[in-house]
Design a protein around this ligand. Structure first.
Ligand SMILES: [Zn+2]
Length: 407
């Protein structure tokens, strides 16, 4: 069966088609329904074929898992050529081993974080569809905008970024050098939610396309983000290793959603024999996902949470603050896939304190010599806490992601 999209909120199915679909068309009908599109794909690939591949570009190496690849085939287009044409320089990122711990180092990726991967997924999708001159928009406080700007530039597309007023000067310069249109968005008294996200939504209302890392606006960014985990799982398979646990930092939720989806797809394709336990890490300063997980009683609740969203997910009431400012989203936009991952694998969601974030970052930099920022090592802070609590043992194979470079 060819790839297709299904809305986990209203159940609508979108068959593989040449019309652009980024979000469910029923979105907006009912605020209590979580209209999140999920790719469904049947992949037949042998473990031997996968681990013997010498391809370094993850978007080509793992193309069998891509909706865009199925679509290119249906439209008689050369998928590899399309990827190469708009590629800003993606290569497999390093995996560092420390006994039973595996660290995926994304700080050396395009734009200094994992974010560009997500948006490359969208750029490929738009290119396959022949969307020549779309105006793209993204909201972000840093790395996502940077990742988007590198990918949009390589693809020759116009990009508007919606960012907070206190944007780091280095970030501002990179965005400007990449030709992005920068819009600063101050908090407005009485307004609920992230002002950058709200201004971004207004821009979408004026016809721009969502080039963002929020699956509810743009499902295809999740497909791009999955490549991180495909690389990770495949490198482990080459060494006959399967993960017991995967610890992931959560802001808007796209990174962890992509992780759950990728593991499920590898499991469905019989490349791995078990799903790793999923642990989601947020800050004490803002943890809407942890709050949602606490409200869900058991796996059975998952059948109805998407139809009763406001009972589980709503904007953080106070202005979120943390040294890990990259995961301070008021709302975990991609929350469903993560709670599905947590409840089906017997994982958990937890918070870490500012002290724990600082200690983990210092250790990460000293021990592994990786220039990771506090957001980028926040999953590692969660892992150290889980080790201490005995929730994860040192005998278990576990992976964390160092996601953002320190600027
Ligand atoms: Zn829907």
């Amino acid at each position: 069966m060819l790839a297709r999209l299904i809305c986990r909120g209203c159940g609508q199915i979108y068959e593989l088609q040449k019309d652009l679909i980024l979000a469910c068309e029923n979105r907006g009908d009912n605020k209590d329904t979580n209209h999140i599109l999920e790719k469904v794909i049947d992949v037949v690939i042998s473990k031997r074929e996968l681990i013997s591949s010498k391809e370094l570009n993850p978007f080509i190496k793992f193309k069998d898992f891509f909706y865009s690849h199925d679509l290119a085939k249906k439209l008689n287009l050369n998928y590899n050529e399309i990827v190469k044409k708009i590629d800003p320089g993606f290569m497999q990122t390093p995996l560092i081993r420390d006994e039973n711990l595996f660290i995926k180092n994304e700080t050396s990726n395009v734009g200094g974080s994992h974010k560009a991967r997500h948006l490359m997924g969208t750029a490929i999708y738009l290119e396959v569809l022949g969307q020549k001159k779309p105006e793209l928009a993204i909201y972000s406080c840093g790395n996502a905008a940077i990742g988007a700007s590198f990918v949009a530039k390589a693809a020759g597309k116009s990009l508007s970024v919606f960012v907070p007023p206190d944007l780091d000067e280095t970030v501002y310069k990179i965005l400007r050098d990449n030709g992005a249109h920068i819009n600063t968005c101050p908090r407005v008294a009485g307004e609920v939610g992230d002002p950058c996200y709200n201004r971004f939504q207004e821009k979408l209302g004026h016809g721009a396309l969502a080039f963002s890392c929020s699956g509810t606006d743009n499902w295809s960014n999740i497909e791009g983000g999955e490549t991180l985990y495909f690389e990770l799982l495949t490198e482990l398979l080459q060494n006959n290793i399967e993960l017991d646990a995967l610890v992931i930092q959560v802001g808007g939720g796209a990174l962890a959603s992509a992780g759950v989806q990728a593991c499920q797809e590898f499991y469905k394709a019989r490349l791995i024999t078990k799903l790793p336990r999923i642990y989601a890490v947020q800050t004490e300063g803002a943890h809407p996902l942890v709050r949602a997980v606490e409200k869900i009683k058991n796996k059975k609740d998952l059948e109805t949470v998407n139809q009763n969203m406001t009972k589980y997910m709503w904007p953080w009431e106070t202005e979120p603050k943390s040294i890990a400012h990259g995961i301070l989203d008021d709302v975990t936009y991609d929350w469903f896939k993560i709670v599905e991952g947590v409840f089906t694998t017997h994982g958990d969601a937890l918070t870490v304190s500012e002290e724990e974030l600082k200690a983990a970052n210092t250790l990460a930099k000293e021990k592994y010599q990786i220039p990771v920022d506090h957001t980028g090592s926040s999953g590692y802070a969660g892992l150290l806490k889980l080790y201490e609590q005995g929730e994860i043992s040192k005998e278990e194979k576990v992976a964390v992601l160092f996601t953002g470079v320190e600027r």
